[in-house]
Design a protein around this ligand. Structure first.
Ligand SMILES: [Zn+2]
Length: 302
């Protein structure tokens, strides 16, 4: 006990103990969400651009995504500890993008990391590149980031129980990315959709436009009461939150198919496809040409 007290008095001098807990809202009984800013990851916003959340069950907590820096992950942990002292049984990553996984190292054993069955491979392939490519914008905030892969993987569907609180995890076909996983809290009807759902923030395509459109049709059948999108207002109404995203992706697909048929080369097509959607989205200039390039490349071969 004395040792414990000494340990506490020492650790209190470390900067992480002075971190301000992340702002979270209770969106349903036992379900909390931090809403990220609609922006690119920078040192100034600590990479805190994605929506994160946690669910408190009878005997433990599940965290859904950990943010864009270990600092953000620690601030999320501080927010959880202001609300409950139950053990954090699981960290579920909805996919492998940096703004959702760079905070993983804030959570240590015995927490079990959970993800899509493709996620270990994806993080092994891309992790080092992510750390390098975000260095200019994130600086020393990346110093303590570790790429932490899941040890519990989901090939199709899996149920986690937090103590009379079942979460249903669903792994999806390649859509926004090739590691997309959703989490449905059955008790409250809250669907954590990760980046399968974007609201206001332009959707970002790093998987398959055809796959994503199919997945949107499947997602719409999930009997949820509300959705936590990966980016944008959380919660958002369900399934209405899918409407703008579906329109954008359908527009991108039909524009690209058309441009391919007319023989318009990729570089030119990327400047044209999807642009009629511009007024509906934030960060449009940051991502639309890239989305168009990905969609064109996929559709060119079909
Ligand atoms: Zn993403």
């Amino acid at each position: 006990m004395v040792g414990f007290l000494l340990f506490r008095s020492v650790t209190l001098t470390y900067p992480q103990d002075r971190l301000t807990p992340l702002a979270v809202d209770q969106v349903a009984p036992g379900v909390y969400v931090h809403t990220g800013v609609i922006a690119l990851m920078t040192a100034a916003n600590e990479g805190a651009i994605a929506n994160l959340g946690f669910v408190i069950g009878g005997d433990g907590v599940a965290v859904v995504d950990t943010g864009g820096s270990v600092r953000e992950g620690r601030r999320l942990l501080a927010a959880i500890r202001e609300i409950t002292d139950k053990p954090i049984r699981y960290v579920v990553n909805t996919h492998g993008h940096p703004d959702h996984v760079f905070g993983n190292a804030a959570f240590g054993p015995p927490t079990i990391f959970v993800g899509h069955h493709n996620l270990p491979r994806s993080l092994a392939e891309r992790g080092p590149y992510y750390l390098k490519s975000f260095r200019p914008s994130m600086g020393s905030l990346l110093d303590d980031v570790k790429i932490v892969p899941p040890t519990l993987t989901v090939a199709d569907q899996m149920k986690l129980d937090l103590g009379h609180r079942p979460l249903v995890l669903q792994a999806w076909r390649t859509s926004h990315s090739d590691t997309d996983l959703t989490v449905l809290d059955k008790a409250s009807g809250t669907l954590f959709a990760g980046d399968l759902v974007f609201v206001r923030h332009i959707p970002v395509l790093d998987g398959s436009i055809r796959g994503w459109l199919k997945t949107i049709d499947d997602l719409a059948k999930i009997p949820a009461q509300r959705v936590i999108p990966g980016h944008g207002p959380a919660p958002s109404p369900w399934p209405g939150a899918l409407n703008d995203e579906r329109s954008y992706l359908q527009r991108l697909e039909s524009d690209c198919s058309d441009l391919i048929k007319r023989g318009v080369p990729l570089a030119k097509a990327a400047q044209i496809a999807g642009t009629s959607e511009k007024s509906h989205w934030e960060l449009f200039e940051d991502y639309n040409a890239r989305n168009a390039t990905a969609a064109y490349s996929e559709l060119e071969w079909q």
